[in-house]
Design a protein around this ligand. Structure first.
Ligand SMILES: [Zn+2]
Length: 202
């Protein structure tokens, strides 16, 4: 392993290194500058890149938005209400840690999990992915992941599984609204499959 020094101009660009460091005040500043209300979990397939815009339209939010600058031209915020969590297939298992920490930081109220048509994850079956992986790389995926996390064989099943995984997680606040959608890559439209509103609703 080889490391190089971080340039002095950015080495201390961490909030915790600032003389006025105040964790509680910073969380307030983040909430104000990054007014994210919805996090969308989706796949890095470039054909699915329209998902955050479609979700913003569905919930009447701003995307992609633009930078908010202070009087010195520093970037202190952004106008979009939609945050993006991108992982293979758009799965809850990968997104869980990010949702937990980002919700603590930003306090958003909605997570939208989106799976898409003709996703690479739909080329697998529970056994085909793990058998081929074992043959080619020697590792046993089933030792590390639930088989539901390794393929998409039915959109209703995969979205229900993901929303349930988030709802049952003790580190996701019960107040967060959860949704599961399928995105059609050809028509660029969303289809709602599951809605599980949080406890904060009247
Ligand atoms: Zn995909």
């Amino acid at each position: 392993m080889k490391t190089t020094e971080v340039p002095a101009s950015v080495a201390d660009a961490l909030y915790s290194h600032q003389p006025s460091f105040d964790p509680a005040a910073l969380r307030g500043m983040f909430t104000k500058g990054l007014n994210v209300k919805t996090f969308v979990v989706y796949c890095p397939d470039p054909r699915a890149s329209g998902i955050p815009s479609a979700v913003a339209k569905e919930f009447g939010e701003v995307f992609p938005g633009e930078n908010i600058l202070d009087e010195n031209g520093n970037k202190v915020g952004f106008t979009t209400n939609v945050g993006q969590l991108i992982n293979a297939g758009g799965r809850a298992v990968d997104a869980l840690r990010s949702i937990t920490l980002l919700n603590h930081l930003l306090g958003f109220g909605r997570v939208v999990v989106v799976h898409h048509t003709f996703c690479g994850m739909t080329t697998f079956t529970p056994d085909s992915a793990t058998d081929a992986y074992k043959k080619e790389h020697g590792g046993d995926l089933k030792k590390h992941y639930d088989s539901h996390d390794l393929y998409i064989g039915d959109f209703k099943e995969s979205l229900t599984y993901d929303v349930t995984l988030l709802r049952n997680s003790p580190v996701i606040p019960a107040s967060v609204d959860l949704y599961g959608y399928v995105y059609d890559i050809n028509t660029e439209t969303l289809h709602k499959v599951i809605e599980d509103l949080g406890t904060g609703k009247a």
